[in-house]
Design a protein around this ligand. Structure first.
Ligand SMILES: Cc1ncc(CN)c(N)n1
Length: 223
């Protein structure tokens, strides 16, 4: 399967996520809440553009089955995943209007612009390759953190780990992988190599996103 081939390429990058201080801090509960607050706000505006990708995928779908899958994934972002953000934000006294008004950081802008650009100019395969690392890697991280002793007890980030390791989120990640495999079936090697590069680039962006929230970065010079 194409996703097995992709896994071989992304495994070293994704393993580095698990070692990143932000991700380690989520797992053992030691992450500074100010850093998490930065993630919450940046991720919220990231997810708004990410949801747009599924709408683009739905418009470009080749058949009704594909269209339905994109619609399901779109609902998953807007109503399941972003609910987690809204709940944590409420704990911090941040309203959903404030979340929406967040100015996207340089990395958030670069990452979403990369995916939106590819998805707008290519076919449905570009959309799936763009969203795959996002859905799959968070599920990977969630499941790995859930295995760590103590991660699901007395941890402020327990709901985060439960959400991304949940059966519901795992099903969304699996649907995205299946979609990628189905689309890759009749593609020539040159096209598969191009799609693979998109998944590697988005995996690199994921690492940069973890690093951006750890350092609470926005833009290098205040405007
Ligand atoms: C940056 C990022 N990447 C992935 C996910 C999981 N959908 C997320 N919420 N944010």
């Amino acid at each position: 399967m194409f996703t097995d081939r992709l896994w071989k390429r992304v495994e070293p990058i994704w393993t580095a996520y698990l070692d990143h201080p932000f991700v380690r801090g989520l797992g053992d509960g030691t992450l500074e809440q100010d850093k998490f607050r930065h993630w919450l706000k940046q991720d919220y505006v990231y997810l708004i553009d990410y949801a747009r990708l599924f709408a683009i995928g739905s418009a470009k779908a080749d058949d009704l089955e594909e269209m339905t899958t994109f619609a399901k994934l779109l609902h998953g972002v807007l109503d399941v995943e972003m609910d987690l953000h809204r709940k944590y934000a409420a704990d911090f006294g941040i309203t959903k209007e404030e979340l929406e008004k967040t100015e996207a950081s340089a990395i958030t802008t670069a990452y979403t612009s990369y995916m939106l650009n590819l998805s707008q100019r290519g076919g449905v395969e570009n959309v799936v390759a763009s969203v795959l690392a996002c859905e799959w890697s968070y599920n990977f991280i969630g499941k790995e953190l859930a295995k760590r002793p103590g991660s699901l007890t007395d941890n402020f980030y327990k709901s985060w780990i439960e959400m991304y390791s949940s059966a519901e989120f795992t099903a969304l990640a699996e649907e995205t992988k299946q979609l990628m495999n189905r689309i890759a079936e009749d593609k020539p090697e040159k096209e598969l190599a191009r799609l693979e590069e998109i998944v590697v680039k988005t995996s690199q962006f994921e690492y940069m996103f973890w690093d951006m929230v750890e350092k609470k970065e926005e833009w290098l010079v205040k405007g």
